[in-house]
Ligand binder design. Structure first.
Ligand SMILES: Cc1cc2nc3c(=O)[nH]c(=O)nc-3n(C[C@H](O)[C@H](O)[C@H](O)COP(=O)(O)OP(=O)(O)OC[C@H]3O[C@@H](n4cnc5c(N)ncnc54)[C@H](O)[C@@H]3O)c2cc1C
Length: 247
């Protein structure tokens, strides 16, 4: 590709666009999905994220990254934001920014932590907390195109009230197997005691390494580092383990 064309594409993705909140959905006691309308949005791949910039009246400005939860859909984007109690940006996005409100976004960002419809190999998704967001975009994209590529999801949350997209995941989709790992409180009768993800969970609910799945691991840094190390310990090739750390 000619240098000018590359610069043109990059420039378009680096350009800040004004996005309007079209709708809001409560996902849990601490998380909200913002449905954004973004004029001239260039489209995205499942797994990518955007930068969100907020600017106060006195000119102070700050930005954070948020994964895209939705399938590519014209000028519409969905972000799911988990409120961090002492955070600067997330409480504003979850509690204060209402329908009709404006934010600036740029992107899409990221070319490695993506799932593309032409990928035919089995997929293992491993989410910790809000790390489910980009993985949900992959699950939704797979469903929207009628793909039967086998997906498995292991989703670690503190307790049942923290599950995002619970109804949608309960309905499921053909060829998608999933399980939860509860780290603090389990539902009544849940067979696995509460506790952090262990290698055995990934061995039982993932794919054997010789199936050569692509593994996507997303969540807080500590969670991602442990889960990715366990996958490699179990025999998965490091270049098939893709990670995204939320900080
Ligand atoms: C590529 C990428 C994609 C992301 N996608 C999402 C997403 O889809 N949804 C989402 O809710 N967040 C996502 N994040 C995290 C997000 O960018 C912010 O870090 C988060 O919302 C906290 O911002 P804040 O301004 O509220 O907190 P800050 O003011 O930045 O931090 C306040 C305190 O919280 C701690 N903290 C910061 N981030 C986290 C975190 N994620 N978990 C626990 N503690 C934290 C800080 O260490 C600090 O002590 C993503 C991050 C990255 C890098």
């Amino acid at each position: 590709m000619a240098r000018a064309a590359i610069q043109g594409r990059l420039g378009d993705r680096l350009r800040w666009r004004t996005a309007e909140v079209e709708d809001r959905r409560t996902e849990s006691g601490t998380a909200t999905t913002l449905v954004l309308s973004v004029p001239d949005w260039p489209g995205h791949l499942a797994g990518q994220h955007v930068d969100v910039r907020l600017t106060a009246e006195d000119g102070y400005s700050t930005q954070r990254s948020y994964s895209i939860a939705s399938v590519p859909d014209g000028e519409h984007l969905e972000l799911t934001v988990q409120r961090i109690e002492d955070g600067e940006v997330s409480p504003y996005l979850v509690d204060t920014l209402l329908v009709g409100g404006l934010v600036e976004i740029r992107g899409p960002v990221g070319g490695w932590f993506v799932w593309q419809p032409e990928q035919a190999e089995p997929v293992l998704l491993v989410a910790g907390g809000s790390g489910i967001v980009p993985l949900m975009s992959m699950i939704r994209t797979r469903s929207s195109i009628g793909s039967r590529v086998p997906f498995r999801l292991l989703y670690s949350v503190r307790d049942p009230a923290d599950r995002l997209y619970a109804d949608e995941l309960r309905k499921g989709s053909p060829g998608l197997d999933m399980t939860y790992v509860y780290t603090r409180v389990t539902p009544d009768g849940w067979p696995r005691p509460a506790g952090r993800v262990e290698p055995d969970d990934l061995a039982r609910h993932g794919w054997p390494p010789d199936f050569e799945p692509t593994c996507y691991v997303c969540g807080p840094t500590g969670f991602v580092e442990k889960a990715a190390a366990y996958l490699v310990l179990l025999g998965h090739s490091p270049d098939r383990v893709r990670t995204e750390r939320f900080g």
